[in-house]
Design a protein around this ligand. Structure first.
Ligand code: OAD
Length: 252
């Protein structure tokens, strides 16, 4: 199934994908940084603008880096918070809220920590890598609400440093988040991989779980990933263009 559908790859939407979505009992969508690119939020791995082209992830996105220099990490994450706070959801985020209305069940799993899906109106979003705006106790993991202005805020319960509520390299995905996402990927009839390089596991494995369970898998990305050849459909284009078109085709 994979290769024959894939060989029909084209810029226009494939009617087979539209009819698969029309018949779908459960659609699972995995989004990555690419869906927020059109909102002005930089991706991680795009050659020129990607964050990891300018910054070393090992200095900014590991627990060891935080323990060594918490002030530096807080400066960087505050800068990202400001950048995201100024951004707005784009037509790609909005189209996913509409898609949820058009199919019997939709599970939205995002690797993004920017909260733009929720601001667009999506409900029950599974935040695979956490949320940029949460402050967590680095010792106990609980989310803490506070109004400290310190360069490095501390947990009012135990005095440990607070940290941004995102998952860093070398850390595990919270069990409930992992279980819910894996279950949705295994159960869905159509899996959409949107705006992700599919390089970071375990999130990148969700499409494989869907395929192993006979779901139809489609990728939406202006730059087809290494996985695209194994998927049923690879739609080459920006999420903010392709997703609204997909929703429009489904609605008519
Ligand atoms: P990447 O930066 O690795 O990949 C972004 C993808 O988005 C690329 O494949 C781009 O081609 C694609 N893209 C760019 N513009 C797009 C657009 N307008 N529409 C659709 N796609 C577009 O980002 P992720 O795959 O999300 O982890 O990265 C995964 C994880 O790596 C992130 O969650 C983060 C990072 O380290 C943590 O912070 C734990």
């Amino acid at each position: 199934m994979g290769s024959s559908r894939n060989s029909q790859r084209k810029l226009r939407l494939d009617p087979d994908l539209v009819s698969a979505l029309r018949d779908a009992r459960h659609v699972c969508v995995l989004t990555g940084a690419g869906i927020s690119a059109e909102s002005g939020v930089p991706t991680f791995r795009d050659a020129q603008q990607g964050l990891w082209a300018k910054y070393d992830p090992h200095q900014l996105a590991t627990p060891e880096a935080f323990e060594e220099n918490p002030e530096l990490l807080w400066r960087w994450y505050r800068w990202r918070r400001e950048l995201v706070a100024e951004a707005n959801p784009n037509p790609g985020h909005l189209a996913l809220t509409q898609l949820a209305e058009l199919v019997p069940r939709l599970t939205l799993v995002t690797q993004n920590v920017d909260g733009l899906h929720q601001r667009a109106g999506s409900h029950d979003v599974i935040e695979f890598h956490g949320n940029l705006f949460d402050d967590r106790c680095h010792a106990e993991g609980c989310v803490v609400v506070h109004n400290q202005q310190a360069a490095v805020p501390v947990c009012p319960n135990c005095g440990a440093n607070l940290r941004p509520g995102v998952v860093w390299f070398g850390e595990t995905i919270p069990e409930n988040v992992r279980n819910q996402s894996f279950a949705a990927a295994a159960d869905c009839s159509v899996f959409l991989s949107v705006g992700t390089s599919s390089l970071v596991y375990p999130a990148a494995g969700l499409a494989d779980i869907a395929r192993e369970n006979c779901a139809i898998v489609a990728e939406i990305n202006p730059n087809p990933t290494l996985h695209a050849e194994t998927y049923d459909f690879a739609i080459v284009g920006n999420a903010g263009v392709v997703l609204p078109k997909l929703v429009e085709s489904l609605a008519t």
